[in-house]
Design a protein around this ligand. Structure first.
Ligand code: FAD
Length: 452
């Protein structure tokens, strides 16, 4: 066991998973969380996005299962619905219906507070992990300021550790805390695409979906910034969401909400919403876009201080990546620890190990959101017309070709860039272009069947 003590600020998804990653390598792990944790799964103040629709991607589920073996069974026991998402969730986008393909994988669908509750139960059952109820107010450093020694807490005490982890999410104040002791801020890259969400929990009567369809997403796109989704969650509950890009926020009043759903690229979600029993108020939320802080590139950084989750990169939520990336980052921490669990240099090694997944996901956000007129790109170049055309071609071919559709899903759900790079996919893209083919499945009111 290499580390004596690991201290984690923030007990959301990334803090919990960082604790799971560190637990086998440390004598004790302490998570500091400012919220009082509800006994039953429930939304809470520190995770204000918790009432919004959340999907866990395959990459995130696999990463969680690596850190917490058997967690998928626990999700199921908590009522999660299992789906083969490329087949069961019908997605209507800019170029028609994404080809529905069987992938042979099963991922959980559940409300965010329920998912977090299951993860928390598992992590706090680890014998050396404890939760301390307090707020982190700053950091403490060694006399020579070369190492972060711990967190300063609201109650006036300091909690020290060999590894100190900021998992406080979008509200992270690390830039300010490290600036106060003379460290430069990391470079920031940002994509402002001004996203609005509105979500309501519902029950649906039987038979609202076509056979084999478990949910429908009508994605906003540069030609229509209003989107809508109806997806299964846990315990028979469904979530209906209005989604908006470029300040087209869905409202929380019922008439405005329904009008937003009706204005989405496919009217199916609005039609289903009219048959639904609404169980909660409509909760709204807005985010500015995707923001990445390039902590791993800081040449001069204090030892012992690691950042994870939204504190490093916060996403446009439309692509459902945040929790999954946090889980992949926690796996990167776990692997860094298993290679060398000594404290010296660990934070820097682990931060660098997280870069690969963040690079992939940030590139996805830039290429997709960069296509919106008026999206602001800060510290990152706008995708070229050729890149955008290549993305559009891929989406078109994926409406009709099972191999391409599956590869696109693997890229989006497993961050697997290699899936898109096979010679046969290149041939298919070229053939589509040469043949000047048109998308067949572009009728927004007719969900096509499985294509492969
Ligand atoms: C509208 C919306 C929809 C989303 N949809 C999806 C989705 O479909 N799929 C997906 O994977 N992700 C989604 N996300 C992103 C996802 O919610 C985040 O990426 C994820 O929650 C990040 O986890 P985190 O632990 O880093 O941060 P958070 O979840 O924000 O948790 C931070 C924790 O730190 C605590 N904290 C904060 N400050 C302090 C402090 N000073 N002291 C002590 N504790 C503190 C908070 O109380 C909280 O518990 C969505 C986000 C939004 C906004």
């Amino acid at each position: 066991m290499g580390l004596d003590s690991v201290v984690i600020g923030g007990g959301g998804i990334s803090g919990l998973l960082a604790a799971a990653a560190a637990s086998p390598f440390a004598r004790q792990v302490v998570i500091v969380e400012k919220d009082e944790i509800p006994v039953e799964p429930a939304p809470r103040r520190g995770v204000p996005q918790g009432r919004q629709v959340h999907a866990l991607l395959g990459a995130g589920q696999d990463a969680m299962a690596e850190l917490l073996p058997g967690i998928v069974d626990d999700f199921e026991a908590a009522g999660a619905r299992m789906v083969d998402s490329p087949a069961d969730l019908a997605v209507y986008g800019r170029f028609g219906w994404a080809g529905r393909v069987r992938s042979g994988t099963r991922t959980v669908m559940m409300r965010r507070p329920v998912l977090e509750h299951v993860v928390r139960d598992r992590v706090l059952a680890l014998p050396n992990v404890t939760l301390r109820s307090s707020a982190v107010t700053g950091i403490s450093v060694t006399d020579d300021r070369s190492r972060v020694a711990g967190f300063a807490l609201l109650d006036g005490t300091t909690l020290e550790g060999d590894l100190v982890v900021d998992a406080t999410g979008r509200v992270s104040r690390s830039v300010e805390w490290l600036g106060d002791i003379g460290y430069d801020a990391p470079q920031e890259r940002e994509m402002r695409s001004h996203i609005g969400y509105a979500t309501v929990e519902v029950r649906l009567p039987d038979g609202v979906f076509d056979d084999g369809v478990a949910g429908v997403l009508a994605h906003p796109h540069p030609g229509n910034c209003r989107g809508a989704a109806v997806v299964p969650a846990d315990n028979g509950i469904y979530l209906i969401a209005g989604l908006g890009m470029m300040n087209q926020d869905p409202p929380r009043d019922i008439d405005g909400f329904m009008a937003h759903l009706d204005g989405a690229p496919s009217p199916i979600v609005g039609e289903i919403a009219r048959k639904a029993e609404f169980l909660t108020d409509i909760a709204t939320y807005r985010v500015r876009g995707s923001r990445r802080r390039v902590w791993e590139d800081l040449t001069h950084r204090p030892d012992g201080y690691l950042l994870i989750g939204d504190a490093v990169m916060a996403f446009n939520p439309l692509y459902g990546q945040g929790m999954s990336v946090a889980a992949c980052e926690a796996v990167a921490l776990s692997r860094s620890l298993s290679e060398d669990s000594s404290a010296a240099g660990l934070a820097s090694r682990a931060q660098t190990a997280m870069k690969e997944v963040i690079d992939i996901v940030f590139a996805m956000a830039v290429s997709t959101d960069g296509a919106y007129e008026g999206a602001e790109l800060i510290g990152v170049p706008r995708p070229s017309a050729d890149d955008m055309e290549a993305g559009a071609l891929l989406s078109r071919v994926a409406t009709d070709d099972p191999e391409v559709a599956l590869a696109v899903k693997r890229y989006a759900h497993y961050f697997d860039r290699g899936a898109l790079q096979s010679p046969s996919i290149a041939d298919k893209l070229a053939a589509w272009k040469v043949g000047n083919r048109k998308v067949l499945h572009d009728n927004p009111v007719v969900v096509p069947g499985i294509i492969g």
